[in-house]
Design a binder for this molecule. Sequence first.
Ligand code: CO8
Length: 257
Amino acid sequence: MSKKFIKTYEDGPVGVIELNRPEVLNALNRQMIDEIVAQLEDYQRNSAIRVIMMKGNGKAFAAGADIEEMKNDTPTSMELADPFAVWDRIASIKKPIITAVNGFALGGGFELALHCDLIVASEDAKFGFPEVKLGVMPGAGGTQLLSKAIGQRKALEWIWLGEQMSANEALELGAINRVTSKELVEEETMRLAHQLAEQAPLSLRLIKEAVDVSSDVPLREGMKLERKNFYLLFDSQDQSEGMQAFVEKRPPHFKGE
Ligand code: CO8
């Protein structure tokens, strides 16, 4: 797939996706979302990539869905194009996805960040769901993902009012993981990505699966899956390497096998 609205590059084991429509604050049009998801899937297939990092540029991570593109949509045109269905494929990415949020993460932009596993924000980042002010509502998972992250009551207040929230407020509520200075947000996110890339890839993958199901299944079911994943890891070379390295008092070298 052509890459008209994103830039991509590799930094060792970290595959980077940079949103790239700065002239409209990285507003997400349909082709851009298609490109992002196709690239996530490419990185998923690429065995040299262990962690995926997403980032914005200029003044924004992403200021939401492209209002210009969708303003004349009808229920029928939406149903036929089903533009949000592609988002479901993000859930099948098994590698860690970390995002660096600079500036605005609004509407669909905030939803894109919430689809990632970890969020690092610059101290001037602004998060919010302004859809209510456009006479609509979040449509790519915002109501569900934010409620799971911070609880229904705060999510409802935030989405109803459509107000922007600072990075520090988002951090206090548990919507994001870390806040850094504007200058360091990319560096700090990349540092975290490299730190994760040193861990055993199969452990990261099965931990992600177990944590992801925790909000969908009853406690006992989640614990059963966790236990199966734990047992499964004892079939990996990385389990032998990790425990042998501990015994030999040396750092482990994980291969992802
Ligand atoms: N869509 C299209 N163009 C946009 C968008 C957008 N979401 N956001 C900004 N732009 C454009 C502006 O029109 C402007 O273009 P131009 O220079 O040609 O006039 C340019 O980006 C710069 O923007 P501003 O001049 O407005 O910059 P400011 O710094 O003054 O303001 C704001 C920044 C506050 C972020 C302001 O641009 C704004 O309010 N943007 C809209 C935010 C918004 O309402 N987002 C929600 C959109 S709806 C949505 O996301 C639904 C989600 C459904 C699922 C997701 C599917 C992808």
